[in-house]
Design a protein around this ligand. Structure first.
Ligand code: CO
Length: 145
């Protein structure tokens, strides 16, 4: 299984405030800001060679990122890896007693299938796995043509 860093998710109180550091100091650029209503977040993506910074702003205090901010303040929220097959990763997790958080798989930014592994089972880091970019509806059988 080929795995690459997809992004580093950072919980911030305000994307407007937080982007200044990444843009003005690190020289990155916000390529996209997207609201993911189902996750209760606004996301800003700042790509760099080999990965992206994903700034996460809660749309409401009663969301996973809102609760994270209330409990921990701003900071590293999750690390995301590109995997060829999210479902396969979930199954490998199950095999090793590694539990996911929330619905798995589900739809994340850019129409990608994602899943989160709970930090209790990953040595303290919320780990996201993200499948290939896909704006089409959920997985279709491959022998369809
Ligand atoms: Co993410």
């Amino acid at each position: 299984m080929t795995v690459r860093l997809a992004h580093i998710g950072i919980a911030v109180r305000s994307i407007v405030d937080a982007r200044v550091f990444y843009e003005e100091v690190l020289g990155l650029e916000v390529k996209k800001i997207e609201e993911i209503a189902s996750e209760g977040v606004r996301v800003a993506l700042l790509p760099f060679p080999g990965g992206e910074i994903e700034l996460l702003e809660a749309l409401d205090p009663e969301t996973p990122v809102g609760r994270f901010l209330a409990k921990h303040g701003e900071g590293l929220h999750h690390v995301s890896f590109d995997v060829p097959d999210v479902r396969k990763a979930i199954l490998a997790g199950i095999e090793h007693g590694v539990e996911t958080v929330g619905e798995a798989p589900r739809r994340g930014a850019e129409g990608r299938e994602i899943a989160f592994f709970h930090p209790l089972f990953t040595h303290g880091v919320l780990v996201e796995v993200a499948g290939p970019r896909n704006d089409a509806p959920a997985s279709q059988p491959q022998e369809q043509n």
